[in-house]
Ligand binder design. Structure first.
Ligand code: URA
Length: 433
């Protein structure tokens, strides 16, 4: 078997066998296949697509390319949650302590932000001293003791994805149904959860521009999960405007804490509760959606979820004083208010533009290796459905890079579309599959 024949087969629209996909992934992992051949095959897959069975083989081979975490020592059904990525998506910070407070163990592997989207690992770094790289033994011990641990990928989890994702990023081959599904599901499967809740975003802030595209991605990932004997559910949620009002790491952490204190924005609360319901149902501890929702709301209202959050930050070495005193989080030296150019009702707010603006202020990274500024970001005073007057604040920009303020103001001001008629924001949850 050789790569030239495999590339030619896919280029001509053929179906790759399990052995051919295994040859490719093994070669990517051990470095025997040069990047130019891997890139050529990725482009052939992008253009000619993969059949469902090829996508499943690809996922399995990628999952087996490195370590696989065994969570069997933790009693109960372990349920993981994964978001396809968005702007202002701090759901993990709210949802994981909330579900853990309901008595369901949460062992969450998480990632860093890239491009206009954020990542939970970066947000957690806002807590001084926190350890986000637990080794497997520490991770399991903490979940057993506390019921919750959140860690960056430890050890050698799906090395094939690390390499392929970097190549996809620079060869314009990220946006492909099979490649996205295999990338996400291989990592979820290798992370050891028994059941998976997927938060599939729809709208310009994520990968899927339409509900039809989001549904297709959701169904592909559900099929892969089920073929690998993991109960898998997908929630399709709106990402046409940012989630909540805060975008950027410290700002999002503060909004998540406020949500755990009972003062959260409606879209973030609604999405956290819906994802929580699905996690509780998959855990097997609840069989009824209404009962699961009631318990989640109780745990949020009673402060039990906030208490769990504190314990988890402390267990991972983070300074919990920040939960009371937000001044402890990394801040920004410079701010700028973005004003409304006219009066009316906000009928659109492009999440992607806000994400790009936040990245330029320093909150995100263009390349995986770029440093980030935890204090940078954007706070949105106006979102879809709200009324605004000329000269009123649309947003506040936060940065430590003074020079970026003007550029970002110019970039993001058109993100708000202001109309003459009142509109209502659509519910954040579109459907559950
Ligand atoms: N997230 C991933 O982990 N992989 C993709 O390919 C896309 C989003």
């Amino acid at each position: 078997m050789n790569m030239t024949d495999i590339i030619a087969k896919k280029r001509d629209g053929g179906t790759l066998s399990e052995a051919e996909i295994s040859f490719f992934i093994t070669g990517v992992t051990n470095g025997s296949i040069p990047d130019y051949q891997s890139s050529a095959l990725l482009m052939a897959i992008y253009l000619k697509k993969m059949k469902p069975r090829e996508t499943t083989y690809l996922t399995r081979c990628m999952m087996e390319s490195g370590d696989q975490i065994n969570l069997a020592k933790i009693p109960g059904t372990k349920v993981d949650k994964h978001s396809t990525g968005g702007v202002g998506d701090k759901t993990t910070l709210v949802l994981t302590p909330l579900v853990a407070a309901c008595g369901v163990p949460v062992a969450k592997m998480t990632g860093k932000g890239l491009g206009h989207t954020g990542g939970t690992m970066d947000k957690l770094e806002a807590f001084a001293g926190i350890r986000t790289a637990l080794n497997q033994a520490e991770f399991i011990k903490q979940v057993k003791k506390l019921g919750l641990a959140v860690s960056g990928q430890s050890g050698n989890l799906v090395p094939a994805d690390q390499h392929l994702y970097a190549l996809r990023d620079v060869t314009s081959t990220v946006d492909n149904l099979s490649l996205i599904s295999a990338s996400i599901m291989s990592k979820k499967l290798a992370s050891g959860a028994d059941a998976i809740v997927l938060d599939v975003k729809v709208g310009n802030g994520g990968f899927n521009p339409t509900v039809a595209a989001a549904r297709k991605l959701a169904k592909t990932m559900i099929r892969i999960g089920e073929q690998m004997d993991r109960k898998t559910v997908a929630v399709i949620s709106r990402m046409d405007q940012p989630l909540g009002r805060a975008v950027g790491n410290s700002l999002e952490v503060i909004e998540a804490i406020e949500t755990l204190k009972g003062n959260g924005p409606k879209d973030l609360v609604d999405l956290s509760i819906e994802l929580g319901v699905q996690m509780l149902l998959l855990s097997g501890k609840f069989s009824n959606k209404t009962a699961a929702k009631k318990v989640l709301k109780q745990q949020l209202k009673s402060g039990a979820a906030l208490k769990m959050f504190k314990k988890f930050i402390k267990a991972q070495g983070g300074d919990i004083a920040g939960i009371k005193d937000y001044e402890r989080f990394p801040g920004a030296k410079y701010t700028l208010e973005v004003m409304a150019p006219k009066s009316g009702w906000i009928n659109g707010l492009t999440a992607r533009t806000i994400g790009l603006g936040s990245m330029k202020l320093g909150a995100g990274r263009q390349k995986k290796t770029d440093p980030i500024d935890l204090g940078a970001g954007i706070y949105l005073h106006k979102k879809i459905g709200e009324k605004v007057k000329t000269g009123e604040r649309l947003a506040t920009l936060y940065t430590n890079r003074k020079k970026t303020l003007q550029e970002v103001e110019d970039l993001i001001t058109p993100a708000w579309s202001i109309g003459t008629r009142a509109v209502k924001a659509k519910p954040v949850v579109v459907e559950v599959l």
